[in-house]
Design a protein around this ligand. Sequence first.
Ligand code: SF4
Length: 341
Amino acid sequence: MSEQTTTDNGSSAKKNETILSGMQPTGSLHVGNLEGALRNWVRLQDEYWMYCCIVDWHALTAEYEDTRQLKANVFEVAIDFMAAGLDPEKCAIFIQSEVAEHAELHLIFSMLITVPTLTRLPTYQEKKDTLDSYGFLGYPVLQAADICLYNAHKVPVGKDQAKHIWLAADLAKRFNFLYKKTFNEPEALFTEVPLILGADNRKMSKSYDNHIPLEYTDKQTEKRIKSFYTDPGKLRKGDPGHPEKCPVFLLHQIYTPGAVEDIAPPCKSGQLGCVDCKMRLVANLNEALAPVREKRAELVRQPDYVWDVLATGAERARQRAAGVMDRVRRAMKTDYRKAKK
Ligand code: SF4
């Protein structure tokens, strides 16, 4: 499918395919989100017609009891999206629950899948002892609806989400087979993203509290980097180190040009101590994050603008979703009043 799209600033762009990307509102994003997803999305917004969805309903699968923080978290994610470079002139940035069609398509898709298919998914198996709600079981179906609602061709995800994209493609195929060809079968768009580990050598994540938030000041960043795990065999300068076992070196590979030549050999030989090594990273990381933090601070001072961006994004998303849902209802013959007798 090829479509001519027009940006809100009136310029016309030829974008052949649509991408849906989503992120849960967990509050201020961190370096792992930036390097693992957002940098990639920023590149993709020039090539694809892109919908960037803050998936607040997905956040409820775990946090449904206390929703007091949700609004602040949505705001934080919106400003981090834009601070990282997502441009509301190029992509629709919006909140999932402001486009009610997500729920409508979720309900329809939930008829086309069996419970055992969902209970077999590794993400369900991993958390079923702590999260056993109907909403959690059906969250991959909601994810499929998120994607198909925009008739997305591609979804930028990590390999751990691959099964969910196959499930979305399966649901699209099943709907097309049962009723009428309506949906593209979406594909996962895997991009090589650097591995980012946090202070405790586990995957960088807010829930592990091992992350470097984008909102941190230079000083806070320094404090966090100083707390990072390093090669346990390298206790002092002079001890030979193993950079391949060290999360600080992984960050150097992103933020320090020539890290493989300039950091790894002196670490291995013992010439470079961990304190100096970390301070070099702090300087480079703070320099790289400075424009993101500057933009972030600017957006924090303009909350009305940020909420307007989200409202405009939701409007654009609703237009697209309404067109797709019209086709869904026609295909299912549930467009009762519009249908010819
Ligand atoms: S010198 Fe740097 S790379 Fe080597 S173990 Fe220490 S912190 Fe890690």
